[in-house]
Design a protein around this ligand. Structure first.
Ligand code: FUC
Length: 778
């Protein structure tokens, strides 16, 4: 920092006006039961998930366990692949990309059916718990239902439903406990003896149900794609009653004349040899003997430890009392009447993160944790060309840093198989993962060249790993990820080949995720060398490994090699003749100008190779790129564009995308083009439900209000007019391990506090000026 830039030295706490009102309870609520699964309320404790529909006479609760996967580890490497590599590269250099693509399809994809095969597997539902209240119910005919209410409290991670039926008030509470690791459903009536019901469990396939004493059990074994004997699972249900009787039938529990019933659902799988039979028994026994109110309060307090770290208030507006679906319907046209919906959606993203992953387990997959079927869209897997990365983008800024660790574990598991794939296909050092993976460590290319040959997967994952370090400053963590980052850099270092036209070092063969271009001869192809995303990833990764090796004081020789290679890596972007950033090394025309993927802006986000201050020309070209791409797409694509515009400091444009992503949707047919939004329960509609849109939008929301990637912390970098009036934020995080609190009025920051473990001099940009300040101590 120069003396000139040291405009002001001040204390980090600058209070000019009183803090804005406390955050109101955060909830989604409905005045009727869910008519489709996308209206149910998602609950999860990072392992177990459940989505109750609040049905009056029949309640269906879909159950999940994040580890429930079919398939098994496999070796789908084509050990002959490397023989074709020189020829593929030669054809690409000669401009015969379509011929190269044919060869990739013949020799350079995975062996076998890839992600279409049973061995690859699927994340799938555990089944459902059904409570039938019509059973044995006195009287028939039309039920007289009044005062129906259904709520998901984000503050408490608790769902409730209540209604009056034939003069009796019934209430249900549901939570996936952060205490005893079981799911709990409590039914109560305000008059004695009114609860009569029959409880069953089922699954679309591979299940058996029985009772053992007073315990209902569902168990089964999934297909592993070889001998059919894959992962095992077990769900146990038991109940505690006030009043009435419980009786076990061969495949059901029958309750008569109770005033209160508490169901405990304990479930587990054999994933990684988890002793699920014993553990589910222990979890159940421990929960059932604890007083319900104690279990509930421990659940809420454990959950709140994470959730309460951040509060946001953008003002209440006049619509915040409406049902969630009415608020969603109104928001697009009349957003200024409901600023609280925007902060609710951000907090919902945080809620979903806490609910769908936990340290020591798996990262959220395409559906997070909530799959309602066996044939989950795209296998409910981990896509590495934006989706799983996006699932983690809000975590650091939203002060849920530790929830990045399950991804780190997943990536660690890819290194060994990825080394085999690197050797087999490229004769290369290090490790690679291509475009999709599962819990079984798949790293081979996908089964089709057009999307499966991307070289970007492993490098892109390293960006997530690095970000956790950038935000946490945790040197022990850096030490632990260093071998992974180094291994990825080793891969790219050994595969980079010289483009004879430019002399640049590039990947080959690869693709720009899922997009296709026209060759000068009019034919189309996807296979190419040096797609822009790969160039940006290599540049960023090499830079990070160089920094890490200096901080850890290791590998000076390797560092020098990377520094030397970096001289010949293409710049973060090349501007084509129409002013856009080229997606490919050549200025090809894309077959789909509005393609959902916008991978060539990776350098703008999540990387920070392109910024308005450091590369203004590329930032302008990025705007043109986005204009042509348009504002529509599956929800994740809209979220990505929102993030780009936030990085380009265009708050109103970012907000336009934010509105698009909050458009109510009901359809569930797969969309590759336009039409993303949200379902009534605010889960993201690709369509179908895909959770990356929720997480991407949460990251985008934060990116409009706080950025820290350009050498300083910037407050309100892309504040839209809609939120100018007022706002109050507490607990967001900035790179360098800083907690950031601030509030604003009429678009100007009026008070802020930046805290760290010890006082630090840092640069902050607020109200248009960069200042140097001293942080407060936490
Ligand atoms: C990629 C995207 C699709 C979808 C799928 C899970 O293939 O192009 O839109 O999100 O991942």
């Amino acid at each position: 920092m120069t003396k000139k830039m040291l405009t002001v030295f001040c204390l980090a706490y600058l209070s000019i006006s009183p803090v804005i009102a406390q955050q109101k309870p955060l909830k989604l609520w409905f005045d009727q039961p869910a008519k489709m699964w996308e209206e149910t309320l998602p609950l999860g404790n990072g392992r177990l998930g459940m989505t109750p529909d609040g049905g009056i006479l029949k309640e269906k609760i879909v159950l999940n366990d994040i580890t429930l996967w079919s398939g098994s580890p496999q070796d789908a490497n084509n050990y002959e692949a490397y023989k074709s590599l020189p020829q593929i590269r030669k054809l690409i250099q000669e401009g015969k990309n379509e011929e190269a693509q044919a060869l990739v399809n013949r020799d350079f994809v995975c062996k076998g059916p890839g992600s279409g095969g049973a061995q690859w597997g699927k994340y799938q539902t555990m089944g459902a718990l059904e409570i039938d209240f019509t059973y044995n119910n006195a009287g028939s005919g039309q039920p007289d239902v009044k005062q129906y209410y259904r709520e998901l409290s984000l503050d408490k991670a608790l769902a409730t439903s209540s209604f009056m039926l034939n003069g009796v008030q019934f209430k249900r509470e549901y939570f996936t406990s952060f205490d005893d690791d079981v799911s709990i459903v409590k039914l109560s009536a305000n008059k004695p003896g009114q609860l009569n019901c029959r409880i069953t469990m089922n699954r679309p396939e591979r299940y058996a149900v029985k009772t053992e004493g007073q315990e209902l059990q569902m168990s089964g074994q999934l297909d592993n794609g070889t001998d059919g004997k894959g992962m095992q699972y077990l769900a146990r249900v038991n109940a505690k009653l006030k009043g009435g009787t419980i009786r076990a039938e061969s495949d059901a529990l029958v309750i008569k004349g109770a005033t209160e019933v508490i169901f405990y659902i304990s479930a587990g799988t054999s994933f990684k040899n988890f002793p699920f039979k014993e553990k589910t028994k222990q979890f159940l026994a421990s929960a059932i003997k604890k007083p319900y109110e104690l279990e509930k309060s421990k659940h809420i307090s454990n959950f709140s430890k994470l959730f309460k770290r951040v509060s946001i208030d953008l003002g209440e507006g006049t619509s915040s009392g409406l049902t969630t679906i009415k608020r969603l319907e109104g928001f697009y046209q009349n957003y200024s009447s409901d600023p609280a919906l925007a902060s609710l959606f951000f907090q919902f993203g945080r809620y979903l993160s806490i609910s769908s992953t936990r340290v020591g387990l798996l990262p959220p997959n395409l559906q997070g944790l909530w799959a309602k079927e066996i044939n989950t869209p795209w296998n409910g897997d981990y896509h590495l060309d934006v989706n799983v990365q996006m699932n983690h983008w809000p975590l650091e800024v939203a002060n849920l840093s530790e929830l990045n660790l399950p991804l780190f574990e997943l990536v660690r598991g890819l290194v060994k198989p990825g080394e085999r794939t690197a050797k087999t296909y490229y004769h290369a050092d290090g490790w690679i993962a291509h475009v999709i993976t599962n819990v079984w460590g798949f790293t081979e290319p996908g089964e089709s060249a057009s999307w499966g040959a991307s070289n970007a997967g492993s490098g892109w994952l390293c960006n997530n790993l690095w970000d956790h370090y950038a935000f946490s400053n945790d040197i022990a963590y850096l030490k632990s990820i260093y071998p992974i980052l180094k291994g990825s850099a080793e891969f790219y270092k050994s595969v980079l080949t010289k483009d004879p036209k430019t002399g640049w070092l590039v990947t080959s063969p690869s693709v720009s995720p899922e997009n296709t271009f026209y060759l000068p001869n009019g034919k189309t192809a996807s296979i190419c060398m040096g797609p822009t995303i790969d160039n940006q990833i290599v540049r960023e990764l090499f830079g990070n490994v160089i920094t890490a090796s200096k901080r850890l004081n290791v590998d000076p020789e390797f560092r020098r090699e990377l520094e030397e290679k970096l001289q010949s890596v293409p710049p973060p972007g090349v501007v084509g003749k129409d002013g856009r950033i080229q997606e490919w090394l050549e200025d090809y025309k894309e077959t789909e100008p509005q393609h959902r993927h916008i991978s060539h802006l990776y350098g703008l986000y999540p990387a920070s190779l392109i910024t308005p201050s450091s590369t203004p020309a590329l930032a302008e070209a990025a705007k043109k790129t986005l204009e042509v791409r348009g504002d529509d797409g599956p929800s994740w694509s809209i979220a990505y564009k929102l993030l780009f515009w936030a990085r380009l400091h265009d708050g109103n444009r970012a907000f336009k995308l934010f509105r698009e992503i909050l458009k109510p949707k009901f359809g569930t047919d797969i969309n590759y083009g336009a039409g993303g939004g949200v379902y009534p329960n605010m889960l993201s509609a690709g369509p179908p439900f895909q959770i990356d849109g929720n997480f991407g939008a949460a990251a985008g929301f934060a990116e409009m209000l706080l950025q820290s990637h350009d050498g300083y912390i910037e407050l309100l970098p892309a504040l839209p007019d809609a939120w100018k009036k007022q706002g109050d934020i507490k607990g967001l995080k900035a790179r360098g391990n800083f907690i950031v609190d601030f509030n604003w009025k009429d678009g100007k920051v009026v008070s802020y506090k930046i805290s760290s473990l010890k006082p630090e001099k840092i640069r902050v940009k607020l109200n248009g000026k960069i200042q140097e300040i001293l942080t407060s101590v936490l």
